[in-house]
Design a protein around this ligand. Structure first.
Ligand SMILES: [Zn+2]
Length: 428
């Protein structure tokens, strides 16, 4: 880490005192309290979760504490889920440039999440083990919630007034037409299992591999068009707070988002998580691993947060999100949150790595992108880096020689994900 310090650009260095005073000015609302609960019923032993409430943006500074909650639902074995649980957080954090203030740090998260997911996938695949996993990874920093996910482990948000919204997209071939088209365009075949006699059964799957998901971490025996690039959404809650419910498909195959939220309203987080699992089992029985994490983000003057019974649901749903305009997608809005309205700060689901890593004006300033791979963070010799935009007909950059840069290995991974060349890693 010390060797990286000297490489940083001069304008990245902000004196600590200036950082702290800037943060104090930005913290108009007092920090909320975060309470959480977890419950699970196992059938195959392939669901894993991560709860870490003592992460620090500035090591040693308790006022920079943030929390991470995640669910990993493995398939074809548990190795990918275990590996992702162990490595994803550190890979994401190591992709955030050093020395950022709180706002800049939050702005840098979506790109760091993409890099961390792809790096974890690459590393796991290089071990030569089969199995894959969903990953729904949630960072709670005061009122700002950032969610990144691949697969179908959903994260929902229940806010005051009973409006329920989904902060993830289900990457399932059966329901997600857009993903189906992307997989087909990248060289995958989508179809159902056919049994003797030609009858087709079960959900849509991609071939080779037979996976029902269109995105995951791992799955080296499935085509590279099953990408680890996460859908990312970042929202800022109003000072009324809210409740997150993160769960594997064992819950969502049994309950709609509304049913899950409703089933546990008024209960503290620990009991709420148990109630959601109980409700799913009552509806469908134990057909699959079933894991649920409930996170309450509670205003400082409320010790418990009882969500009132829903009223005027439809009107509130329309008001729930204040949409950011398309061209301000990468900027944090400066507007104050109104009561009950969730501010949408960022949303992007593209599976194209160039779109997710590039075209940010701040890229050259806040990262050491000239010298390190934007995905795996390895140091690059000046002649070694390949621009993420190089040679792409989809490039919207007018300067394809500019960063961010990829090492040869990550560039190869990028082309494989886009169906331009077979992956270098294959099962024998
Ligand atoms: Zn790399």
């Amino acid at each position: 880490m010390a060797s990286g310090e000297g490489r940083r650009h001069r304008h990245d260095l902000v004196p600590l005192a200036a950082l702290i005073s800037r943060e104090m000015k930005n913290e108009k609302m007092e920090k909320p309290t975060v309470r959480y609960g977890h419950a699970a019923q196992s059938r195959k032993g392939e669901d894993y979760f991560l709860i870490k409430t003592d992460c620090q943006r500035v090591p040693g500074n308790p006022s920079s504490t943030f929390s991470v909650f995640a669910i990993f639902d493995g398939h074809n074995g548990n190795a990918a889920a275990i590996f992702t649980r162990e490595h994803l957080l550190s890979h994401v954090l190591s992709a955030v440039p050093r020395g950022l203030g709180r706002e800049e740090w939050l702005q840098a998260l979506p790109r760091a999440l993409v890099a961390g997911f792809v790096k974890t996938d690459k590393e796991f695949q290089s071990r030569g083990e089969t199995s894959g996993t969903t990953a729904t990874f949630v960072i709670v920093d005061a009122w700002t919630v950032t969610v990144a996910s691949v697969g179908d482990s959903r994260c929902i948000l229940d806010t005051q007034g009973g409006a329920v919204s989904t902060l993830t997209v289900d990457h399932r071939l059966e329901e997600n037409v857009e993903e189906r088209e992307r997989v087909t365009a990248s060289g995958g075949e989508v179809g159902r299992l056919s049994i003797v006699g030609g009858a087709e059964i079960g959900p849509l799957r991609c071939w080779p591999g037979g996976l029902c998901l269109s995105r995951s971490i791992g799955d080296m025996d499935v085509g590279e068009f099953i990408v680890p690039i996460p859908y990312v959404k970042q929202v800022k809650l109003s000072n009324a707070g809210g409740r997150l419910i993160i769960a594997s498909d064992g819950i969502w195959d049994a309950l709609s988002s509304e049913m899950a939220a409703k089933s546990c309203r008024g209960l503290p987080a620990e009991l709420a998580a148990r109630q959601v699992v109980k409700e799913a089992l009552r509806t469908r029985g134990l057909k699959d691993d079933t894991t649920c994490i409930v996170v309450d983000i509670i205003p400082p003057d409320n010790s418990i947060q009882p969500l009132p019974p829903p009223k005027k649901q439809n009107k509130l749903r329309a008001l729930l999100f204040r949409k950011r305009s398309r061209d301000s997608a990468n900027k944090l809005s400066k507007k104050l949150s109104a009561v009950g309205i969730v501010e949408e700060l960022f949303e992007e689901g593209s599976a194209m790595l160039a779109e997710r890593l590039g075209n940010d004006d701040s890229a050259g300033q806040t990262t050491s992108g000239l010298f390190t791979c934007a995905v795996c963070q390895v140091d690059l010799a000046p002649s070694e880096g390949i621009s993420v935009h190089a040679g792409s007909i989809f490039s919207t950059s007018t300067k394809p020689w500019q960063g961010p840069f990829l090492c040869a290995d990550c560039r190869n991974k990028k082309d494989a994900m886009e169906g331009k060349r077979p992956s270098g890693v294959k099962v024998a």
